[in-house]
Design a protein around this ligand. Sequence first.
Ligand code: SF4
Ligand code: SF4
Length: 406
Amino acid sequence: MSKMKFRKLQTMNKECSVLGFGCMRLPTIGEGDVRHIDEPKAIKLIRQGINLGINYIDTAWPYHNKESESVVGKALQDGYREKVVLVTKAPIWEYKEPADFEKYLRKQLEKLNTDHIDIYLLHALNKMRFQRVLDLNVLKAAEKAKKEGLINYIGFSFHGNYEVFCEILDAYSWDVCQIQFNYMDINSQATEKGLLYAGTKNIPVIVMEPLLGGKLVRETEETLEIVADAPTHRTLAEWAFQFVWNYPEVKVVLSGMNTEAQLLENVQSAESSCPNSMNPIEFEVIEKLRCAYQNLFAVPCTRCEYCMPCPSGVNIPMNLLVLNEAAWTGSADSMKGWFDSFAQTPEELAEKPNNGAAQLCVECMACIEKCPQGIQIPEELKKVVAIYKEQKDPSLVFKSERNKRN
Ligand code: SF4
Ligand code: SF4
């Protein structure tokens, strides 16, 4: 019998499982190829999750090259739709005019094979995208869809900094919000302060990336030693999940599961979750893990954006993000496509304002004093160029840095 834990989303008087099924990392055909979902495996896994007590299913228009919603729609046939809170997201970046809200919503309903969406989140809001929401009257269109019964609740998912998060929270009576949160992100993204602020406003918080895209299960000599010495026996994944569930403001923690083993481990972890249950010794373990992982980053950028805008149009936080990714993975592969999507020349900046690649830095030094983390930004941008433009081996680029640390 399922011992899944549930928490109430107070704005909608709904009990949701503390573990939500995130459908952006479903099983695929061919390792690492997100475009082709292994449908039978994905459908089986989603249904197994529901049978184990998960009742919160999260997908979005762009996931898996726009295939995730259709597969979720198939998984929710045969009586499963009625068992879950179905969440998908409005692809604001695709909108050209106000009518696009309804156009995309209807396409999504068709893909999901349902007549209504329980929670519709305005996807990945940041300052710029929220301005678009306002310019295109998206909230008015969302309220109309709510009245027509096409969606039940309106929320937003967020990638930005604390100030913008609070600004968006205060701008509307949201039913729910979704943020990136884990023990590495207490001072970045919406931040712990933002999470607590949502709590004071009585807005339920859904958490994504509890494992920071899988990084917090990376086994190193140091992290394995920390968990082995810990007073409570938990895996690296469990430590990360329990840290997030410890916040009563957090209602659902999403996990993109793609194997049965992951699903079973996460369900078991969810069953033992409890708000405000971590003790000071357990927090010490978290602190040790945080330090251990921090050392694997190239730079301590929190993406606060205080350094922006750069007069030369460099998207500093995003270039540092791809740098960190190369430091973590030892390769440029996973972020090369992202780097290539930045404006590569001053001419391309007209199309992609403030989204320039590292090589556009002219070393004016204007950003350095604005960075609260003391990052030597122009120096770090040179490493981005070395790895992503000149295709140098990341381990060689970071070698001298690591030698300095050791
Ligand atoms: S040093 Fe480079 S990144 Fe920093 S503000 Fe100047 S041009 Fe932009
Ligand atoms: S480089 Fe510094 S100022 Fe810029 S986003 Fe990162 S932490 Fe913030």
